[in-house]
Design a protein around this ligand. Structure first.
Ligand SMILES: Cc1cc2nc3c(=O)[nH]c(=O)nc-3n(C[C@H](O)[C@H](O)[C@H](O)COP(=O)(O)OP(=O)(O)OC[C@H]3O[C@@H](n4cnc5c(N)ncnc54)[C@H](O)[C@@H]3O)c2cc1C
Length: 290
């Protein structure tokens, strides 16, 4: 009988979710696997599927709320999928590449189109899955194709087949994003640097405490943070979780928050919005459940 270590050499045990998520909450992950390449990843998924063992692909953990209890499945981190290459105005990036490394690489090469995403603490895989963006920019605007592992096979999907919507993609939960190709415009390097600086300055106003960024999705005609500000949510606290005093759409960890504190605060906000404003808020963040 094969063991987990026989199919994936780099396994860490009992890793705290506090070190795996930007919210810095949660219990422990029994196993965290770092497959070295596609072959090892395929073997790992086959092994886990045969054993009916749960697994979860985690990027930088900047949009995931983990459980407080021990997660007995396997967290898969694609840090080793870190290729970054340019061919004319195309960039190929592995899903484990930090978004900021991709953006800086594009700027270095005088390629324009990604600067507005500066400051989003994502990996390429997480940003593609979430169709991340800021300032009216969405990463799908510059994606040419995405390579994924689906049903044990590696396939490439053109942008139009990825089902991109606002902060959403059409990949199945079982799809694993391996890499993405970005098509960019030629630009002036100094101008790109200056735009990036401008974007990062604007983001300085965001809270500095650990968070997951905006908790809820924007809705047609509704700026959620403005609504929550008007409803006086800023500073509302459940245990160690607090609605940021700087940005009402963001929940921060004031130091010793549990995941349950964050979940309770989210539910409280949702209930009041429904009761008092008849508005159903939808989470942008993902829950990692046991
Ligand atoms: C301070 C702060 C500011 C933020 N600002 C913004 C912002 O301006 N705009 C914005 O859009 N978001 C923002 N976010 C949210 C977050 O950074 C984005 O959603 C980001 O894209 C998540 O990337 P990640 O690598 O951390 O993914 P994770 O949070 O680790 O995962 C997110 C989801 O993607 C899945 N996933 C990750 N990698 C893969 C893969 N390789 N294959 C398949 N599925 C995968 C996970 O299973 C999970 O469902 C912010 C977050 C923080 C903490």
């Amino acid at each position: 009988m094969k063991t987990l270590n026989a199919v994936c050499k780099n396994i860490q045990k009992n890793v705290s979710f506090k070190n795996l998520t930007t919210m810095r909450v949660g219990g422990t992950a029994k196993y965290v696997a770092f497959p070295s390449d596609e072959k090892e990843l395929i073997q790992l998924i086959e092994f886990l599927s045969k054993k009916h063992k749960k697994y979860f692909i985690l990027g930088n953990g900047s949009n995931v709320l983990p459980p407080d209890k021990k997660y007995k499945g396997v967290i898969i981190k694609l840090n080793n999928f870190n290729s970054l290459a340019r061919e004319e105005n195309l960039i190929h990036a592995g899903s484990g590449v930090k978004l900021i490394s991709l953006i800086n690489f594009a700027i270095e090469n005088g390629l324009k189109g990604l600067e507005d995403a500066s400051g989003i603490p994502a990996t390429v895989g997480g940003a593609v899955k979430m169709n991340s963006g800021a300032f009216n920019f969405e990463i799908s605007k510059v994606i040419k194709r995405v390579t994924i592992l689906r049903g044990g096979k590696i396939i490439s999907l053109e942008n139009c087949d990825c089902g991109f919507e606002y902060r959403k993609s059409g990949f199945y939960d079982t799809d694993i994003i391996l890499a993405a190709d970005f098509v960019l415009e030629y630009g002036d390097k100094e101008e790109l640097i200056s735009r990036q600086r401008e974007v990062l300055e604007k983001r300085q106003k965001l809270p500095k405490q650990p968070s997951l960024g905006s908790i809820f999705k924007r809705q047609e005609g509704l700026i959620v943070s403005k609504l929550l500000d008007e409803m006086k949510f800023k500073g509302v606290t459940f245990g160690g979780a607090m609605v940021s005093r700087e940005h009402a759409g963001i929940i921060v960890n004031t130091g010793d928050a549990t995941s349950e504190d964050v979940r309770e605060l989210i539910n409280y906000i949702k209930k009041r919005c429904l009761k008092e404003k008849n508005i159903t808020l939808v989470e942008e963040i993902k829950y990692l459940n046991l």
